[in-house]
Ligand binder design. Sequence first.
Ligand code: FAD
Length: 423
Amino acid sequence: MRPLDVGIIGGGTAGCAAALVLARQGHRVTLYERVPDPGPVGAGISLQPTGQHVLHRLRLLDHVLARGARIDRLLCETASRRTIVSLAYRTCGEGYFGLGLHRGVLFEALWGAVLATSSITVRTGVEIVDLERTRVPRGRGLVDREGGRHGPHELVVVADGARSQLRDDTSTSKRAVPYPWGALWFVGRDERPRDDARTPLLHQVCDGTQRFLGMLPTGLGPGPIEGKPPLVSLFWSIRTDTREAWRRRGLTAWKDEVRALAPEADGVLAQIEDEAQVLFAGYHDVVMHRWATRDVVYLGDAAHATSPQLGQGANLALWDAMELGDALATEPRDVAAALGRYSRAREQHLAYYQVTTRWLTPFFQSDATWLGPLRDVAMPLLCSVPFTARMMTRSMLGVASGLGFGQLEVDEVVRPRGLGIGA
Ligand SMILES: Cc1cc2nc3c(=O)[nH]c(=O)nc-3n(C[C@H](O)[C@H](O)[C@H](O)COP(=O)(O)OP(=O)(O)OC[C@H]3O[C@@H](n4cnc5c(N)ncnc54)[C@H](O)[C@@H]3O)c2cc1C
């Protein structure tokens, strides 16, 4: 394809990955990021085999493997320690695992590679608020918050996250609403015994639909790895409109409540001395009629944010970037045709995860208390049937598609178990 002039809005997972994919195909890329000095912030995320596959193609996988915690299993239990969900990655192949990762590690891998790529121009501290059509040359101009104009670009990639303001200006937006529930999170040292069988798993404990704890081994965090203790991320479900009441109740009462549900969280809770150490993350539910117009394409959370119940958001964002590159490589003469191809390529995979996440989330976080007992009966049954257990495991891997029977092809990262600190 002749080199395109591409503008990418947002330097998160989707934007950075798209910048790298397109620059490596020979396109000239300008990346606009609103934060003046982006840094490696955030909590733990699960990097699934799909995300690992894309990072492998970008030659960035070794960086995250060295700093991640290998996750072999998801275990979700009731307060009385009855198993609700138990899924092992290896059901789908010995080489598959999840990687518990500090979000900052993913950021530093992607952002570092962006800065090191000479064909990517990075413009930080620039918040794009509008897209406009230009006639000569034909393309899309970008307008920033100060009224400055940028471009025009032949292709614009909008990857400005779940709260995208640019999505609203188009006919593409269908629904973009905040979810009433979110999560409190804290990243601390993982002081649980290394031989504790619970360590290499994402462990969740829930009581009804209103009390839900997650503990995700999170690896070593960003920066140098020598001499660092392993980290764990603690997530606690909370209704968004009760955050003020949570603050008024005080840390001690909250810690007691968490400890009563999951005594093994005690070591992490002991590291929290001030409520300011506990951060809040809200969720959004974004649905679009289509992910692309003739010369604008929406990737990542801007296009399809969901609750993180299935732990797929960053993985979907990475896969978007890879598919966009593949679509442009397959339709070398026509941007509109390439974007049409991209949308078709993403349809089945995104539909599966959007529908499944929307359907599943209320069973774990919602006001519908009757869903809790139903979940506690139905989920163990589904896990005990090999066919449904395998479908659920494929969903966890990130490879399920369409009605759940389709499957993306991803490499097994076959490595000695000594790699990754959770191994
Ligand atoms: C509590 C929680 C747990 C999660 N756990 C997981 C998990 O386990 N696994 C997983 O895969 N995903 C998880 N996710 C989801 C994952 O973090 C997101 O899906 C992913 O980060 C989306 O990447 P993105 O690039 O689309 O958006 P973002 O990461 O939000 O990046 C958007 C970027 O655009 C910039 N920007 C915004 N507006 C503008 C503008 N107007 N102009 C210029 N720049 C702009 C922002 O500063 C930001 O850098 C979780 C999310 C939450 C909240």
